[in-house]
Each structure stands twice: as structure tokens, then as C-alpha cells.
Design a protein around this ligand. Structure first.
Ligand code: BGC
Length: 736
């Protein structure tokens, strides 16, 4: 068939109103040669490398697009740039199938939002959805159809640098956040001009790498996989996620892109998902390094048969899939199914109707970094901050003070607030803490800034200047933590102490006797024990993105009352790791009265520095009156209960009311508590609200001794409170 005839034919079948999506996909599939089918399964980077160097095909990208041998690119941005490649695909390849462009928009495209771990600390799914929506608007205007986000890996090990990319340690909260992000990116309709395809990653178990060392081995039970690591993926699938990314790690000897249990049994058969699966960077090539394939050809066969649809950068599919089919070694049905899933996504995005819909430079110019985006970034930043300590109500600062000493390399940094995995955000777009304070106080309050020391290194020559600055000021604010390149991918740490001489610096500053406030800027929990014991006020600000400084300034002066709560436990020492709130009881839980032969350390505390769910406010809250509507429920019920929360302080503020459950006896052991619900409420000073909950009993399901997902009758403890430690409790019973 002549090319123009074919294009006409595709156009006709695509616009055919009466065809179902499956029929449309099948009619395109019917026109494709084997090589063209394989082409749809191939993705290359069109720009920078976000992984180890791979062997690229000798033909250039343009030549491969013309031959229909590429279906997708990553790492290309801009309406003009994407249009150039799209034009070649649509006008110069035989079938004119549009390309799909993917990118790591993890917390913003050019307008940088808080890192995902920080956003999760808002416990505000509507806000997190808004953040993803705004990111989608800006990303789609830059010609990009697809983000490799949300990262929904549950992480119980703060040494792992990528803990900053997820929502923390809890499967329920992680699921709520996963769904919120998918909804935000994909919008109401994927074919809307400002919706982008989401990608739940890294499927699966990547957060459980041994020792917190990136890319390391994972060896967890199927129960832990299903109960802890998979729920956020399932939630993403239920929210309609368009794609998933298979992870680097093995689980129990099987690398994720070869894992039939995950990719075929669970994703396809149990969850009934037709989202397409993309590998992480070169994971098919890495089968050779893992040692499960002799060569790339064997690796390609393993991956396609496990239900991996798109190959990011390994070349395994490009070089070997067609050959494997021709030799009768791979059934073409695997390839057809993969092509179907990818074409479906392209149809849903509306790319067959208008392949250039995202390539409008005028829209790009109007949308990028606009006011609305910045406003949203600030709103999200404010709710992401966690107040860890506030002795004697040192905060908020009195607006009538005369001078502030602001100390620390991070305090003036316009780069670090971008955090790891920032996309096109640049330092010029960032308001540093120094700038944020100046914006807030103008000439009314003198700000004496001194670096003191760098985050890394041993140089203390700046200490004297910092101490002088503090001596001539009413209050000292010291910004400490990690530079942004100390967490994120391939940035695991074996220690969690403050790097360099920062702790020594803050000790010197404390000696001046001035009131000291510590602001943390970091991508993971840190073992800040000395700071926690000695510095009266501590704010966890994470990396808040472009509005970091403005948000922190609002919080320091009480223009916004902090409301965030930790979604990950802060340990006191690395020897305690893994330390997470929803652990099992063991047969010999720690007994402080008689510790011998119980589960503890002879040389270290068992307590976290800050527990999961913890965070303070400028006001105080009192919980009372935990009341069950009925203490017996059956499988189809909802458990109804309420608790009174009173604002007993001076500020109007938000509180996150948390609900935990313990299944007292099961066919297998159950965690000592599991988060099952939460509500974020607003209270005026003196106000009391009765907070009502309706917990679907369904949520008490777990995998029983035979790995069936069931409800088991019996008694449960219900716990409600402001964090995972300070809880009121009562009991209820699930009856047959
Ligand atoms: C990361 C992924 C990312 C991919 C593409 C990999 O190194 O693990 O999370 O999406 O690169 O940039």
C-alpha cells in the first residue's frame, strides 16, 4: 500500500466514531509489520542519560523513527523540540504512528514543588493532587505526554537516598498519595490537553534494598511484598494509572523485569490492569549483570515473556525481538499484547487525533512558571513543613524583634531547595531562605547572614563570623542538613548524622545563650540527637522547591501555622534501622522491667527520635471521648466512631487526626498497629470538633495463612490520636 493511502486509512479508522478503543487498536495492529511492532516497544533517551551508558544503535534516532523502529523517547523537552521528532514519526514513517515522550517530572517541571516525601507530610491528598495537576499543566505545555511518576515505593530505611521520592513508610498513606498523584497527573480525561500519563514506579519492592544501598538485592517474603510494598501500586492501578515501571532490583533471585509473579500474575491476572509496563533504565541489559541471561537476546525473551512492554534503553528488544519471533523462540502474541497496551495509551492521550496537540510554543510560553503555578507551589510547601520542637513557644517569632542572625550555607542557597530529581527548575526560580526572610521583613528587621561553614568539609574558619552575627542579633536561625545531591538516586548514606561540622557550628552558636532555631533542609530522616535535645525550636523543611524561602518565612512569623506530620520514622541511630511504627510484636517484646531475654539492644535505645505521624503546631490540641457507635461489626459494615478534638491554644490551626488498628489474634501475626484512616481538620482557638469516622471493614483485610486476602473475625484494638505513639484506645469485634 502506498504511504499516503495508509496514512489516510489510519486517519479514517482513528476517527471512526463507532469503533471501540480495542477495535481501533486492533485495526492499527493489523497494518503493522513485525519490525514496526517491535519499534513501538522501544524507548531511547533523546537527551541526557539518566542511567549507565548503553550501546546505542548505529543508525541515528531520526533514521530509526522513519523506519518505525522507535515508539517513545525520554529526556526531550520543549514544544518545538518534541514537535520536530513527532513530525518525522507522523509524516515520514510508513504508518505515521505518533511517538510518546516521557520525562521524570517527580516534583515539578520548571516550577519546582516540594519533594514527594515532603508533600506526603501534608497528609492532604487534595493538595497533593493539586500539585500533580499543576505539574501536568506545565509539563504538557512543554511537549511531554508522560511522567515517570508517582514513585510509590514504601521505604523503611532512611539510608536509601530515594526515600525522598516517595511518600514514606506506610502502605495506607502511600496508597492514598499514589491515587491522588495519578488523578492529578491524568486529570479527569487523559485526552485533555493538560493531562499527562502517569507511571507508578518502581514495580516492585525497590524501597526494601538491603542496607538501604541503592540498586541492592531485595529479599522479602511474599506477605511483606503484598501487604507493605504492593498496596500503593494497586491504588495507582485502581486510580487508572496508564503505565508502570519495572524496578532494578531482584526479589528473592528474580529481577523485577523478569518477574512473572509481579508482572503477569499480580498486575495482569489479579489486578486486571492493561496499563503498559516500561522497564527502568536498561534493566533488561542488566539481566546479564545479575546473571540470569547469557546474552541480550535471552534477556529480551525473558522480559517480553514476563509481560514487559517497553524497553528503556537496553536495545534488547530493538536487536532481538523480531529475530526471536522468526526463530520460533518467542510467540508473537507477547509482542502483539505489548503493542496493544502501548497503542491504547497513545489513543487515550488523543495522539492519533492530533499528534502535535502538546507542541504549542505559545502555550508553553504562557504556562511555564506562571503565577498560578508558583502560588500552588507555595501552598503545597506550607503544608509540607513539620514542626519538630518548640520549647516555650519560641516560635512563631515576634514581629517586633530588631534583628535575626541567619546562619548556614543552606540558608542562602538558591540551588539546594530544588532538591534531588528536580527537572528543569533552576536556581533563579528559587527563593532562598535568606531571600524569603528579606521579602517578609523588608527593612524592619535587620538580618545578619553568615555562612558559618559549608554543609560538607571540615573548615571551621567561618565559625567566628557566625558567632559574631549571632551575638549582635536577637535570635539565631541556623539552617542545617544535606545539600541536595546527598539524597536521591544512587545517593545512599551509611550514616545519618549531620554532614561536616554543622553540629559543631550549632553548638558554638548555642553557647552564645541566644535563642536558637534550627531549620532542617534534607531529603531523609537524620539522626540529629544533639540538636533535638538542646536546641529549643526545630523545623523540618525538607526541600520545598521554588517557594522554599517564602514558605519558611511565613511559618517563622506565624503567618501560617505548621500542620505537617512525619510520614517516616526518625531513628536515633543507624543501628536501629529498619525502625518503623507498624512492626510485629514478636514472641518476646521488650520488657523494660525485666529486659533479659526480650527483644532489645543492650547498648542503644529502642525509641525513635520522632515517631511516624509526629508533628507539632503553634497551638495545642486535646483529644477526648473516643466513642464507638457500636463495638460489633460484620464484613459488610463500616466501623463508625468519633473523637473530640479541642484547640486549647491561641492559634487557629489544622490537625491531622490519625486512626490505627491492631488485629489482636489472626491466623498469622499482625502488626502492633496499622494506619487505617486519617482526617485533616481546622480548628479555631477554643473550638472543639467531634471528628466522625466511617471506616470500611474491608480495610481490615489481610493475607491469611494460605495467602488468601480475607477478613478474619475477632477482636481489634482501635487507636486514635495525633501521632503513632500518643493514642487513645478502645476495642471492637468483627463478627461473622
Ligand atoms: C530511575 C528511574 C527514572 C529513569 C529514567 C532511572 O535511573 O531509576 O526512576 O525514571 O532513570 O530517567
Amino acid at each position: 500500500m502506498k504511504k499516503y493511502l495508509l496514512l489516510f486509512f489510519i486517519g479514517a479508522l482513528v476517527s471512526a466514531q463507532n469503533k471501540t478503543l480495542d477495535q481501533k487498536v486492533d485495526s492499527v495492529l493489523a497494518l503493522m509489520t513485525l519490525d514496526e511492532k517491535v519499534g513501538q516497544l522501544v524507548q531511547y533517551s533523546a537527551g541526557w542519560d539518566t542511567g549507565t551508558r548503553t550501546r546505542k544503535p548505529k543508525e541515528g534516532h531520526e533514521e530509526l523513527i522513519k523506519r518505525g523502529q522507535i515508539g517513545s523517547f525520554l529526556n526531550i523537552v520543549g514544544a518545538e523540540q518534541t514537535k520536530r521528532l513527532q513530525r518525522i514519526a507522523v509524516e515520514e514513517s510508513r504508518l505515521g504512528i505518533p511517538l510518546i515522550f516521557g520525562l521524570d517530572v517527580i516534583h515539578g517541571y520548571k516550577t519546582t514543588f516540594p519533594i514527594p516525601l515532603a508533600e506526603a507530610c501534608s497528609w492532604n491528598p487534595e493538595l497533593v493532587e493539586l500539585s500533580a495537576r499543576m505539574q501536568a499543566i506545565e509539563t504538557s505545555a512543554a511537549g511531554v505526554h508522560w511522567t515517570f511518576s508517582p514513585m510509590v515505593d514504601i521505604a523503611r530505611d532512611p539510608r536509601w537516598g530515594r526515600i525522598m521520592e516517595g511518600s514514606g513508610e506506610d502502605p495506607y498513606l502511600g496508597s492514598v498519595m499514589a491515587a491522588a498523584r495519578v488523578k492529578g497527573y491524568q486529570g479527569k480525561n487523559l485526552s485533555d490537553i493538560n493531562s499527562i500519563l502517569a507511571c507508578a514506579k518502581h514495580f516492585a519492592g525497590y524501597g526494601a534494598v538491603e542496607g538501604g544501598k541503592d540498586y541492592n538485592t531485595v529479599d522479602i517474603s511474599e506477605r511483606t511484598l503484598r501487604e507493605i510494598h504492593l498496596p500503593p501500586f494497586k491504588a495507582a492501578v485502581e486510580a487508572g494509572v496508564g503505565s508502570l515501571m519495572s524496578a532494578f532490583n531482584e526479589i528473592g533471585g528474580v529481577p523485577s523485569s523478569a518477574n512473572k509473579l509481579l508482572l503477569t500474575q499480580i498486575l495482569r491476572n489479579e489486578w486486571n490492569s492493561d496499563a503498559f509496563v516500561l522497564t527502568d533504565w536498561n534493566t533488561i541489559g542488566e539481566f546479564l549483570v545479575h546473571g540470569i541471561a547469557h546474552d541480550l537476546k535471552e534477556a529480551a525473551k525473558i522480559a517480553i515473556e514476563a509481560s514487559v512492554d517497553m524497553d528503556m534503553e537496553s536495545n534488547g528488544y530493538h536487536y532481538h525481538l523480531a529475530e526471536l519471533v522468526k526463530e520460533g523462540k518467542v510467540d508473537v502474541k507477547y509482542i502483539d499484547n505489548a503493542v496493544r497496551r502501548i497503542l491504547k495509551a497513545k489513543f487515550k492521550l488523543g495522539l492519533f487525533d492530533d499528534p502535535y496537540k502538546y507542541c504549542n510554543p505559545q502555550r508553553e510560553a504562557e504556562v511555564t512558571l506562571n503565577e498560578e503555578l508558583r502560588k500552588a507551589a507555595k501552598q503545597v510547601a506550607l503544608e509540607s513543613v513539620v514542626l519538630l520542637k518548640n520549647e516555650n513557644n519560641l516560635l512563631p517569632l515576634d514581629k517586633n524583634i530588631k534583628s535575626i542572625a541567619l546562619i548556614g550555607e543552606l540558608a542562602a542557597s538558591k540551588d539546594d531547595p530544588l532538591g534531588p530529581w528536580s527537572q528543569q527548575g533552576t536556581p533563579e526560580t528559587v527563593v532562598s531562605i535568606l531571600e524569603g526572610l528579606k521579602n517578609k521583613v523588608g527593612d524592619r528587621i535587620k538580618i545578619n547572614y553568615a555562612e558559618g561553614c559549608k554543609v560538607r568539609g571540615n573548615d571551621k574558619s567561618g565559625f567566628a563570623e557566625a558567632v559574631e552575627a549571632v551575638k549582635k542579633s536577637d535570635v539565631a536561625i541556623v539552617v542545617i542538613g544535606e545539600t541536595r545531591d546527598m539524597s536521591g538516586e544512587a545517593h545512599s548514606r551509611a550514616t545519618l548524622d549531620l554532614p561536616g561540622v554543622q553540629e559543631e557550628l550549632i553548638k558554638e552558636i548555642d553557647k552564645t545563650g541566644k535563642p536558637v532555631i534550627a531549620i532542617l533542609m534534607n531529603g531523609r530522616p537524620l539522626t540529629i540527637n544533639w540538636v533535638s535535645e538542646n536546641i529549643p525550636a526545630i523545623i523540618e523543611s525538607w526541600y520545598l522547591g521554588c517557594e522554599h524561602g517564602n514558605a519558611v518565612a511565613d511559618i517563622l512569623f506565624g503567618d501560617f501555622v505548621p500542620s505537617g506530620k512525619l510520614t517516616v520514622t526518625f531513628p536515633k541511630g543507624v543501628g536501629q534501622i529498619p525502625l518503623y511504627y507498624n512492626h510485629k510484636n514478636t514472641g518476646r517484646p521488650y520488657n523494660p522491667e525485666n529486659p533479659r531475654f526480650t527483644s532489645y539492644y543492650i547498648d542503644f535505645s529502642l525509641e525513635p527520635l520522632y515517631p511516624f505521624g509526629y508533628g507539632l503546631s503553634y497551638t495545642t490540641f486535646e483529644y477526648s471521648n473516643l466513642k464507638l457507635k457500636t463495638d460489633k461489626v460484620n464484613a459488610s459494615d463500616t466501623l463508625r466512631f468519633s473523637v473530640d478534638v479541642a484547640n486549647t491554644g491561641k492559634y487557629e490551626a489544622q490537625e491531622i487526626v490519625q486512626v490505627y488498628v491492631r488485629d489482636l489474634v489472626g491466623s498469622v501475626t499482625r502488626p502492633v498497629k496499622e494506619l487505617k484512616d486519617f482526617k485533616k481538620i481546622n480548628l479555631k482557638p477554643g473550638e472543639t470538633k467531634t471528628v466522625e469516622f466511617e471506616l470500611p471493614v474491608e480495610r481490615l483485610k489481610f493475607f491469611d495463612i494460605n495467602m488468601n486476602y480475607v477478613l478474619e473475625p475477632g477482636k481489634f484494638k482501635l487507636m486514635v490520636g495525633p501521632n503513632s505513639k500518643d493514642l487513645m484506645e478502645t476495642e471492637f469485634e468483627l463478627i461473622q
